[in-house]
Design a protein around this ligand. Structure first.
Ligand code: ADP
Ligand code: MG
Length: 247
């Protein structure tokens, strides 16, 4: 579903991704862990085409994501196709403060897919129910807890019926007691076989939910394995060192 080959990304003189290979098969969940500054966010942003890569290729369900050859309208159309097929959830929820939760969820399908108001409302209510917020369609973001906001953000990302969901530290800005409700929603998606790429600093959650785990440091994948193996018996000293600090 997602395949990266030799992806490199530089910011000026700083090479942030130094040749990343990665595969997420349909319905599988891959977790990425690693210290701050190792390039995890840049990787997810590159996959979602929020960053332009310098070398390598990224495929989404067989379609090339990075297309510097396209210009103008053709490029716009391409970007829309990619964005519609990938939902991304960020550390900070980025909800529209002037829109209700239902409006936050239905905005993209209405604007990008031209969905009519009635169908969008049905879809929005269904998704709010799925994230446990069926009773909050009219609430505004500033009246919600961090956990509720993040669940709205997940519902919003799901509204385009994406093929893949990308999570970038979705729970790291939350108070500890609110983490579990968001994790539960992500687990629910896992049980429905959503294809997911999850960057997280929560080792227990990553181990529990993923099919494959990768440890990144300094712009490279240092080590990858089944979560059982990576979290309990890693091969590389750098992985051991990181896990000792974070488990
Ligand atoms: P992580 O998510 O693993 O903490 P990031 O992908 O955010 O790592 O950052 C990797 C490196 O790239 C860091 O050194 C960061 O300072 C740098 N970086 C990220 N975004 C930019 C940018 N837009 N311009 C310049 N440097 C950046
Ligand atoms: Mg990050």
């Amino acid at each position: 579903m997602v395949e990266l080959k030799g992806v490199k990304k530089r910011f000026g003189d700083l090479e942030v991704l130094k040749g990343i290979d990665l595969k997420v098969e349909r319905g599988k969940i891959v977790s990425i862990i690693g210290p701050s500054g190792s390039g995890k966010s840049t990787l997810l942003r590159s996959i979602n085409n929020l960053e332009e890569i310098d070398e390598g290729s990224i495929l989404l369900d067989g379609v090339q994501v990075n297309r510097p050859d396209l210009k103008g309208l053709a490029y716009e159309r391409h970007i829309n196709h990619i964005r519609q097929n990938m939902g991304m959830v960020f550390q900070h929820f980025n909800l529209f403060p002037h829109l209700s939760t239902l409006e936050n969820v239905t905005l993209a399908p209405r604007k990008l897919k031209g969905m009519d108001a009635r169908s969008a409302r049905d879809l929005g209510l269904e998704l709010l129910e799925r994230v446990g917020l069926a009773d909050k369609p009219s609430a505004y973001p500033n009246s919600l807890s961090g956990g509720q906001k993040q669940r709205v953000a997940i519902a919003r990302a799901l509204a385009m019926r994406p093929k893949v969901m990308l999570f970038d530290e979705a729970t790291s800005a939350l108070d500890p007691e609110l983490v579990e409700e968001v994790n539960q929603v992500m687990k629910g998606l896992a049980e429905e076989h959503m294809t997911m790429l999850i960057v997280t600093h929560e080792m227990a959650f990553a181990r529990d939910v993923s099919d494959w785990a990768m440890f990144m440091d300094g712009g490279v994948v240092v080590e990858e394995n089944t979560p059982d193996r990576l979290f309990t018996n890693p091969d590389q000293e750098r992985t051991c060192h990181f896990l000792r600090k974070h488990l």
